[in-house]
Design a protein around this ligand. Structure first.
Ligand SMILES: [Zn+2]
Ligand SMILES: [Zn+2]
Length: 201
């Protein structure tokens, strides 16, 4: 089975939500496609996503899988990896998809270097044009590759996150703002929010 099986409207929704078309969004689309094929969508069978990056790909994942921060079924671990774990609440089954980053280019490739210059706003107009062409080429490659070439499928590295979110809140004894009990810290007998704790700790 080759190439992306998503509908043009699914792809369009993700581009609208994200604001532009890019290789990162393509990676998220393919990860979402894997989930739809193998686990279902969060509105009929509740899916929980644990993402290890906060970049472009996650927007496509939210649109396709219906896992969002607000629903509590999108969790973020700041590991800086293109790795996405999905669990199906019903039976606890899960997978961790790790994107093959070599597909985008090695750390010393011209593509990586041009991206760096672009992020620093130090790219010449000619190089920018070349970079945009390279990005489009990579997006196309990601959309047309078989899923099994794009991702290594591993076992989840962590147990399924708990669903219950405790909504009790306490007042921080320093700033006076209400804070979820599970996010409070104790310092010298006082209950503090994380921000005040870090300031004083
Ligand atoms: Zn993007
Ligand atoms: Zn505080």
């Amino acid at each position: 089975m080759a190439g992306c099986q998503l509908t043009p409207s699914q792809i369009e929704q993700a581009v609208d939500f994200h604001g532009h078309w890019c290789p990162g969004l393509a990676i998220g689309l393919r990860a979402g496609e894997y989930v739809i094929n193998n686990l279902g969508r969060a509105d009929d069978e509740e899916v929980v996503a644990l993402v290890e990056t906060d970049m472009c790909a996650v927007d496509a994942i939210q649109v396709l899988t219906n896992c969002t921060f607000g629903k509590g079924n999108l969790k973020f671990q700041d590991h800086g990896k293109l790795a996405f774990t999905f669990f199906r609440r019903k039976d606890g089954s899960g997978v961790r998809l790790v994107f093959d980053a070599d597909r985008l280019g090695s750390p010393d490739s011209e593509f990586t270097e041009l991206n760096r210059q672009w992020l620093r706003d130090e790219i010449s107009p000619e190089d920018k044009q070349r970079l945009m062409a390279m990005r489009e080429e990579r997006s196309k490659d990601i959309m047309s590759a078989p899923l099994e070439e794009l991702f290594t499928v591993k076992e989840p590295a962590v147990p399924m996150p708990r669903s219950a979110r405790i909504l009790t809140s306490l007042k921080c004894e320093d700033c006076g703002e209400a804070v979820m009990e599970s996010r409070t810290r104790r310092l010298e007998g006082r209950t503090l929010c994380i921000a005040c704790y870090q300031e004083q700790g």
